[in-house]
Design a protein around this ligand. Structure first.
Ligand SMILES: *Cc1c(COP(=O)(O)O)cnc(C)c1O
Length: 441
C-alpha cells in the first residue's frame, strides 16, 4: 500500500485542513493543488528563502513557469533543500535566466524537422508525436522549455488528426513515440481515441509512451487507465527517473501496476549537475529501477536548451558513470549514454572505449577491470558479397520478411553495393574548387 507519511500529511493540511489520505492519493486533487508560485513552495515546505533570491526567482517564474504536484514536493528533504535533487528539478534556480552563448530555444531542431505540427520525423522508421502540452510537474531541465506553460492547452482534435494523417500516409513509419507534454495527462477517452486511431494504421507496429507520471504523480496510474492502455498492446512505456530518492512506495506501486499489465518499461534519465552526476547515485538508481522491472534505456547528456547551463556536466562525467556500470553490474541495468546532437542530428551514443588495438587477424581489448585481452579472428571467414538480391543468397531471409533497405550514412560506406567511398559535407571548399575547374582531371 502507498504510504501517507508525516511530511505529506503536513503539506496536505497546509493546503486544506480537511485533507485526508484518500484525497491526497486522488490524482485530480494533486493536480488541482499543484503549486504555481514560490510563496506556496515556501509555505508548504515550511522554508524561507533569502529576500534577494526570492525576488530573482519570481522574475524567473515569469519566463519559465513553475508547477509542482504536492506529492513531488513532499519528496524534498527540507533540512537541506538547497542541495536536494527533487528541489533542484522542481523549483527554479536564479541561474535559469543566465543565457550562455551556446544556448538555443530549440537545440534539437524539433520544429524544423516537423512536417506537420506535433510530429518530428527525424529517423527513417519512427516519429515523435507530441500529443499533449501539459505536464503534472514542470521539470526545470525540460528540453522543450521554450514551450512550457506557453500554450498550456491540449492540441485540438484537428491538429492530432493532421498528425495521424501524416503517419497514415507514410508507410515507412513502424514506431510512434507519443510524448508532449505528458500523454498520460490526457483524459482516458481522448488518449483511447488517439491510440485506437494509431492501432488502425496497419504499418504502425509499436507505440511508445514517454511519461513522467510515475515519478511526479504516481496516483494517476489507476485501474481504468491501465485497462484502457491494455487494449492497445504492443505498447512500450518509458518513464524518467533521475535520482533513487524518486523511487518511493507510491511510485513502486505505479510501476508494478504497469509491469503487471504487461507493458515493457524503460527509463530515460538526464545527467544533471548537482542532482545525479555521481557514479554511486546512478548505480543506486539503476539497481532500484531493475528491481521494479524498469530497464534503464538512455542516459541523456543535458541539452543546449535555454536556461539549462547550470545543469550541464562535461561529457567525461557521463563516460565515467557508464565506466562504473559496464561489467560492474547487470548488463540490462546499464543505459546507453547519448548526446542528442544540436541541429537535429539525433541521438549519438558515447561510450567508453573497449577496443584498444587491431591487426589483420587479432583485436586487443580491455575489460572493465583493466585486464587487456586478445581475440583471434577467424582465418577462414568467407564474406558474402551483398548485392541485396536476397533470393540468390544462401542466408535465409524470405523477401516478404525483409524490410525495404537502403544503406544510409556510415552503413552505406560499409556496404558492398555501389556505396560511396566518402561522405562529404555539401559546402566543402575543396570540392567547390574542383567544381570550379581548379583541379586536374
Ligand atoms: C528520441 C527520438 C526518437 C526515438 O529514438 P530511439 O533511439 O528509437 O528511442 C524518435 N524521434 C525523435 C525526434 C527523437 O528525439
Amino acid at each position: 500500500m502507498s504510504k501517507y507519511n508525516d511530511k505529506q500529511k503536513f503539506i496536505a493540511e497546509r493546503i486544506d485542513e480537511t485533507t485526508v489520505k484518500s484525497k491526497w492519493m486522488d490524482w485530480r486533487w494533486q493536480l488541482k493543488h499543484a503549486v504555481h508560485d514560490i510563496g506556496m513552495v515556501e509555505k508548504l515546505l515550511d522554508i524561507r528563502m533569502p529576500a534577494g533570491e526570492r525576488r530573482k526567482l519570481e522574475k524567473t517564474v515569469k519566463k519559465f513557469p513553475i508547477s509542482v504536484t504536492p506529492y513531488y514536493l513532499s519528496l524534498i528533504d527540507t533540512e537541506d533543500y538547497i542541495n536536494d535533487p527533487v528541489f533542484k528539478q522542481a523549483v527554479p534556480s536564479v541561474h535559469e535566466l543566465t543565457l550562455s552563448a551556446v544556448d538555443m530555444a530549440d537545440p534539437l531542431s524539433e520544429d524544423k524537422d516537423s512536417p506537420v505540427p506535433g510530429i518530428t520525423h527525424r529517423y527513417p522508421d519512427r516519429v515523435l508525436f507530441c500529443i499533449s502540452n501539459v505536464c503534472a510537474m514542470y521539470c526545470r531541465h525540460c528540453t522543450r522549455k521554450r514551450r512550457v506553460g506557453d500554450v498550456d492547452s491540449i492540441p485540438d482534435r484537428k491538429e492530432i488528426q493532421a498528425g495521424l494523417h501524416y503517419i497514415q500516409e507514410n508507410p515507412v513509419i513502424r514506431d510512434v513515440l507519443l510524448s508532449g507534454g505528458d500523454p498520460l495527462m490526457l483524459s482516458e477517452e481522448y488518449l483511447d481515441w488517439i491510440l485506437t486511431e494509431l492501432r488502425a494504421i496497419p504499418h504502425v507496429e509499436v507505440i511508445r509512451i514517454g511519461t513522467r507520471i510515475p515519478v511526479v504523480l504516481p496516483y494517476r496510474i489507476t485501474e481504468p487507465l491501465v485497462q484502457m492502455l491494455k487494449k492497445h498492446q504492443p505498447l512500450w512505456i518509458n518513464t524518467h527517473f533521475n535520482h533513487p530518492r524518486e523511487i518511493t512506495a507510491s511510485s513502486r506501486e505505479a510501476l508494478k501496476h504497469l509491469a503487471d499489465a504487461g507493458f515493457p518499461l524503460g527509463n530515460q534519465s538526464v545527467l544533471l549537475a548537482g542532482v545525479n552526476d555521481c557514479p554511486r547515485i546512478m548505480k543506486r538508481l539503476v539497481h532500484k529501477l531493475v528491481q521494479n522491472r524498469v530497464r534503464p534505456y538512455y542516459l541523456y547528456q543535458c541539452d543546449l536548451s535555454e536556461g539549462l547551463s547550470h545543469f550541464r556536466t562535461p561529457i567525461g562525467k557521463g563516460i565515467e558513470i557508464i565506466e562504473s556500470l559496464i561489467g560492474h553490474t547487470s548488463g540490462f541495468a546499464v543505459p546507453t549514454y547519448v548526446i542528442d546532437a544540436p541541429g537535429g542530428g539525433g541521438k549519438i551514443p558515447v561510450m567508453p572505449n573497449y577496443l584498444i588495438s587491431w591487426s589483420t587477424n587479432k583485436v586487443v581489448l580491455r575489460n572493465y577491470e583493466g585486464v587487456i585481452c586478445t581475440y583471434k579472428e577467424p582465418d577462414s571467414y568467407e564474406p558474402i558479397f551483398c548485392d541485396r538480391q536476397c533470393e540468390n543468397c544462401t542466408l535465409q531471409l524470405k523477401l516478404d520478411d525483409a524490410s525495404e533497405y537502403q544503406a544510409v550514412g556510415i552503413a552505406s560506406l560499409l556496404s558492398d553495393l555501389d556505396g560511396p567511398v566518402s561522405l562529404i559535407p555539401r559546402d566543402n571548399e575543396r570540392l567547390e574548387r574542383r567544381n570550379n575547374g581548379n583541379g586536374r582531371e
